[in-house]
Design a protein around this ligand. Sequence first.
Ligand SMILES: [Zn+2]
Length: 494
Amino acid sequence: VPKLLALSVASAAVLALTTSAFAASPPSGPRYPVSTGHRPVEETAENLRDRALKGDNIALDFDRELTTRFGPRPAGSPNEQAAAAWAADQMKAMGFSNVHIEEFPLTGWSRGLEHAELITSAGIHQPLGAVSLGEAPGTPAEGVEGEIAVFDSLEALQAAPDGSLAGKIAMVDRKMVRMQDGAGYGPLSRIRGAGPGEAAKKGAIAFLLREAGTDHHRLGHTGTTRYVDGKVPIPAFAVTNIDADQIDRLEALGGPVRARLVSGASYVTGTHSQNVIAEIKGRDHPEEVVLIGAHMDSWDQGTGAIDDGVGDAIIAAAAKLIKDLPERPSRTIRIVFYGSEEVAQPQAPFGAFGGNAYLARRKDEVASHMAAGESDFGSDRVYGLNLPKGAQGSEFAKRAGRVLMPIGVTVTEQPSGEGGTDVGPTVEAGAPSFELLQDGSRYFDLHHTADDTFDKIDPEQLNQNVAAWAALVWLIADSDVDFRAMAKEPAKTQ
Ligand SMILES: [Zn+2]
């Protein structure tokens, strides 16, 4: 018996002693129209919430075991494949339905040994804290060396004359801003994606990015860059904030500053990744699907505990709480542990490979997806809920507010966007999305670094995440709420 199952059995035993709250709640019965106010469906959501909040859920065990058994899980690696097989076994053992794995082909990427150093104008060599960006090619064994040309934005790099960077190393030096909602990340990930291609166009031999991270440590934040016409044209590294500051000071002393970069990165062709699917079959409307997802792959240097092992853990734990109810929800809840969220690909659709592979098999089923959401922002507390467009101020929004406000989650007036990278393609194809907004204040201190490890999980905040997910997913799955109809008729309450 795997350890997680043993723990689950233990928590089931605890549950047996503490079912009085459940016994007191009426059965969920036929699904309840949202318009009729407080109903057993809402009490059940409150019970799920409170149980999760007390720590009576498997999330911490799931993340611990996933990250301990498999460590990092780069897309297409044996680690990711084995982790997916393990997760499927876990879901089967916990009693979920229709558990299976859907494979898809992938080009993987492997870091290899790497080394970077600065060479000042006086010929002094200094270590340079830098890590290769994902999907960037390796260098010759002796590395590449050149003068660093610093730009303060991607636009400034794009404006450089063609050929002006011949033999040089282009660097975009823009600090990421720490924000609760993580909005500081978007501009940096855009530079990370486009930077190497733009630098190569100007003749550069390598590209440096001031890392997409908010901490002052020397571990370095990796992340994928993008292919241009089927290849990443030049080696590319993320430079730590500390070392970018050092480059700035050396430049201020008059420069020029040179760098030598060595990367043993290589591509892994002909491998595969996979999505793991599990379901709670709906009681009345099994054809109607509430899709919840997170991704199984991670970057290679930490153990992917916060990005995104803990997202898998949150949705698995929320679904397990619902599955253990005396009655199934009206609609089907589908749990997807997506493969290959992190790495770009040389051919279309270029990114979100798990999300696109999921959709490719279900183009005809999108209309039966009633809602879709994913957990991929660590596990610090949930503070807000964005519902699909048209649902703002609706009876459903009020119901969600009654259940979630007591644990500090505000139902916002902001319509949900793409829902996340993994469910994004399905949402773009027409599925209504929801977003449980998490506090990202410290997320980008750890994200994509060697410090993305299990010890960073705050159990109390993790429990609050599971509470929010279990309650909300139940409310959607055991009701007739129709977000598509609301989007068409935003004035009509539902
Ligand atoms: Zn992620």
